[in-house]
Write a protein that binds this ligand. Structure first.
Ligand code: GUN
Length: 283
């Protein structure tokens, strides 16, 4: 069997077309969704991510503000900026790019973002709402993972999903969202004794462990949907997922490539969250 390749790029473009249409309609009512991105310091990867978010705002007709602050910005100054953005009517979403410099308490900053403008879905209240199944802004990468699984046409309900990785930003929320879709979920992590045996039972396998090409065909059940959240830079400079794509595509039913799989979905879901937040603010 050779797998269907799930193009996150293509799905992302489809969703973006829908967002653009909604933005056009909102503008007729005088509403423009606005996103503020805050970058502290000069981390090269963060600079690229922030530029991509700025570009997405421009492409989709959102209002955007990017606050580039020096690495020695104090926690107090950053909190003052967040407070100002919380109260600014033209801003519907606030994203403080992580990681922050060591002298700033990340938790304190995340907690200071208005729950309604927390388009990353990182605020403890949004996390709590996700756990209890209440309406909340969903974290972007996990929401993108679910969207990609749905687009394969697979009915998630009743399936066995195995999530490898238990991070707060991917593994844990993905497992909660899969449960919400009525999957039976098994979580695996670095201390799991029989990972291969468990993974091989999965109808849906989501991998987010941060180890290049770790999961090969021997971990995959024939016909499974495999979602690779990994983004590892190899010594050669090439980007690799957590799944050994060449081996895995011979056995899985559908699989995401890296790059071009989950990656393009993250910013698109961020834009969708910002749009949702704008609609709620003017609802
Ligand atoms: N740094 C890397 N990924 C992310 C993300 O999704 N949100 C924020 N705020 N920072 C990040």
């Amino acid at each position: 069997m050779t797998a269907t390749i799930i193009s996150g790029k293509q799905v992302s473009e489809e969703i973006r077309r829908g967002i653009t249409e909604e933005v056009t309609q909102l503008k007729e009512q005088g509403v423009v969704p606005g996103l503020a991105v805050v970058l502290v310091g000069e981390d090269p990867a963060s600079q690229v991510y922030v530029r991509n978010k700025e570009k997405a705002c421009h492409d989709l007709g959102f209002y955007s503000e990017v606050h580039r602050l020096s690495a020695d910005t104090s926690e107090e100054e950053l909190l003052a900026l967040v407070d100002r953005l919380n109260r600014q009517m033209s801003i519907n979403g606030i994203l403080v790019q992580l990681p922050l410099p060591g002298h700033i308490d990340e938790k304190k900053v995340i907690n200071a973002i208005s729950v309604d403008k927390d388009v990353d879905g990182f605020h403890p209240i949004n996390v709590g709402n996700l756990v209890i199944g209440d309406d909340s802004l969903l974290p972007c990468t996990p929401a993108g993972v679910i969207e990609l699984i749905k687009r394969t046409g697979l009915e998630i309900s009743g399936k066995h999903a195995v999530v490898i990785g238990r991070s707060n930003i991917v593994g844990k929320p993905v497992s909660l969202l899969l449960q919400r879709e009525n999957a039976t979920v098994t979580m695996c992590h670095s201390r799991t004794a029989n990972m291969q045996e468990l993974a091989k039972q999965a109808d849906i396998l989501v991998v987010a462990i941060g180890r290049a090409n770790f999961i090969d065909a021997s971990y995959i059940k024939e016909g499974a949907v495999v979602i690779d959240v990994g983004m590892n830079r190899l010594e050669t400079g090439k980007l690799a997922g957590d799944v050994d794509f060449e081996s895995a595509k011979e056995i899985s039913g559908a699989i995401t490539p890296v790059p071009g799989g989950v990656g393009p979905m993250t910013i698109t879901m961020l834009m969708q969250n910002t749009l949702l937040s704008a609609k709620r603010a003017h609802g």
